[in-house]
Ligand binder design. Structure first.
Ligand code: F6P
Length: 538
């Protein structure tokens, strides 16, 4: 048996033993537990003590990380090695948020100079738009941005805007990702083309949804401003700047990024331009600084006190050890309600893989499915299942100490719910206690026998608790980078390439074929169900 197989076997054995005990009993048995499993990283507080592992289990999990050569893999990531082997590229997102003067190299080629030059171009552009120095074709200042992009070219900026937007923004930022024409129609409604910038973001500049929406938005601009006028309102962000120019975006309004930036890790590049303009460059810079602080922590902290590493190991203990292949993510902050969709792409596109980086079937389950919504809203939707469903679904709870706005008393109620839900999931409510209560109410034995089990909470349902002091650019940057690195760590343990996404290709090419047929082309060979659907839609 290889050392790695032995380390996995030890993790499985530890998880097996964990099934025979309750998490809550570990607090008494392990006086150091809370202290050992509570970490501070880049201003975030992470409590992993309500996870099913004991402290010796944590050591077993850390042993797995060491045996998988996590530290060497982390070194390769930051060194700009070709960690995305199937596409022959590094994945060097930390270079995008490095401090001025850094010296990152992507596969040996220095990149920090270009990164800083682009950052300066973003800062200058944001400054000119916000000050009114740069105006639209009719001389009016820009009051709105329509950000067009999908997947990694959408989810990060959308999350950031929702999290940080002022109550009464100087510049309104709207998004259109879906090729469903309803989304762009809604985004454009009520906007004045003379005051609107259209920012098209696409790493490849070939994405069907994005190009379709970009064409529609350009036509919308041209209808009022004419072709030349409309050009002043077009901005593009792409790793294929020549394609953006061929589309018609003026060269000085094209912002580049690079092949070594993965789409779902691209927020920190010019992909964040719309946010830099609508929030101000200072906010964007703060976001970078927060992510950088998490990069520093991830690189410097010992594995045993490393937040991305321990969060990954807690998730792996549940997913691989205990067979819990779903995870809920619930931010108790309405402004973070898009965190779950963001993580769906980050984790499921990165690690939803069935073969390893050498093309062999994986030996272990890979990415858990992630779902969630803001708390307390989720409590009135899927929490019933979390508390009493047949599956045990671990949950990550994110809470923010200080409200961004509004009634402080309501914020206290929000925080009380976050804490209480984690407690309720952990301790549950024993049937004996329920029976006693029902008896005290004078209920008869037959009714108690029926009702008590329904009102019992088994508890022992794991959670992680992440606390931010306030929701500001730095804490948001650190939070996102924490999950980026957590996702990377999991990929290393599973031996997969977290930075490619071949699984999205087949659907894209079949859609092109079906589109041809829906537009009147000759019918192709399909299974009977698909052929019938195409016939019904033609
Ligand atoms: O969903 C597949 C994908 O390639 C994502 O990885 C990417 O973020 C998204 O499409 C958008 O791609 P692009 O930025 O090239 O338009």
């Amino acid at each position: 048996m290889s050392a790695l197989d032995a380390a996995w076997a030890a993790l499985h054995a530890a998880a097996e033993r964990a099934k025979a005990r309750r998490i809550s009993d570990l607090f008494a048995a392990e006086p150091q537990r809370l202290e050992r499993l509570t970490l501070e990283a880049a201003g975030l507080r992470l409590d992993l003590s309500k996870q099913p592992w004991s402290l010796p289990d944590l050591e077993t999990a850390l042993d797995l990380a060491r045996t998988a050569d996590l530290e060497a893999a982390r070194g390769r990531l930051f060194a700009g090695a070709v960690v995305n082997a199937s596409e022959g590229r590094p994945a060097l997102h930390p270079a995008l948020r490095a401090a001025p003067g850094a010296d990152f190299k992507a596969d040996g080629v220095p990149v920090s100079g270009e990164v800083e030059a682009t950052r300066a171009k973003i800062a200058a552009f944001a400054g000119k738009v916000r000050s009114g120095e740069l105006t639209g074709a009719t001389g009016k200042p820009f009051r709105a941005i329509v950000h067009i992009g999908i997947g990694g070219s959408d989810l990060g900026p959308r999350l950031v805007w929702e999290a940080l937007k002022p109550l009464d923004p100087q510049i309104e930022l709207r998004f259109a990702a879906n090729v469903d024409p309803a989304e762009l129609a809604q985004a454009l409604t009520g906007l004045d083309p003379a005051e609107t910038l259209v920012v098209t973001v696409s790493k490849t500049f070939t994405t069907l949804e994005t190009l379709t929406n970009a064409e529609t938005a350009r036509a919308w601009l041209r209808a009022t401003l004419g072709q030349e006028g409309a050009d002043r309102h077009l901005v593009a962000v792409s790793a294929a700047p020549d394609r953006a120019q061929a589309f018609g975006v003026p060269a000085d309004q094209v912002f580049a990024f690079w092949d070594w930036v993965g789409g779902r890790y691209s927020l920190w590049s010019a992909v964040g331009l719309s946010c830099a303009v609508a929030l101000g460059f200072e906010a964007f810079d703060g976001l970078l600084a927060g992510a950088r602080a998490m990069d520093d922590h991830f690189q410097a902290a010992p594995l045993a006190a490393n937040a991305p590493v321990l969060l990954a190991l807690a998730h792996v203990f549940n997913n691989n050890g205990l067979g819990r292949h779903l995870r809920a993510v619930v931010p108790y902050a309405q402004r973070l309600r898009l965190f779950a969709p963001f993580l769906q792409q980050l984790e499921m596109e990165s690690n939803g893989k069935r073969v390893d980086a050498q093309g062999r079937p994986v030996a272990h389950a890979t990415a858990a499915s992630v779902f969630g919504d803001a708390g307390t809203n989720g409590q009135h939707a899927f929490f019933q299942l979390l508390h009493q469903g047949t599956d045990i679904i671990p949950i990550d709870i994110v809470a923010v100490r200080q409200a961004s706005e509004g009634d402080p008393a309501a914020q206290t109620k929000l925080l009380a719910n976050a804490v209480a839900q984690a407690e309720a999931l952990l301790v549950g409510r024993p049937e004996a206690e329920v029976r006693e209560e029902l008896q005290a109410k004078g209920m008869g034995a037959a009714q108690i026998a029926t009702l008590a089990p329904q009102r019992t909470f088994p508890g022992d349902r794991p959670s992680s608790f992440l606390l931010l002091d306030r929701l500001d650019p730095a804490s948001l940057g650190a939070l996102i980078a924490l999950y980026e690195h957590k996702t990377f760590v999991e990929g290393v343990l599973w031996g997969i390439n977290s930075f490619d996404q071949w699984g999205v290709e087949l659907g894209k090419s079949l859609a092109t074929r079906v589109l041809g047929e829906l537009e009147g082309g000759a019918a192709g060979a399909h299974d009977p169900s698909t052929a019938a659907l195409i016939a019904a839609l033609r």
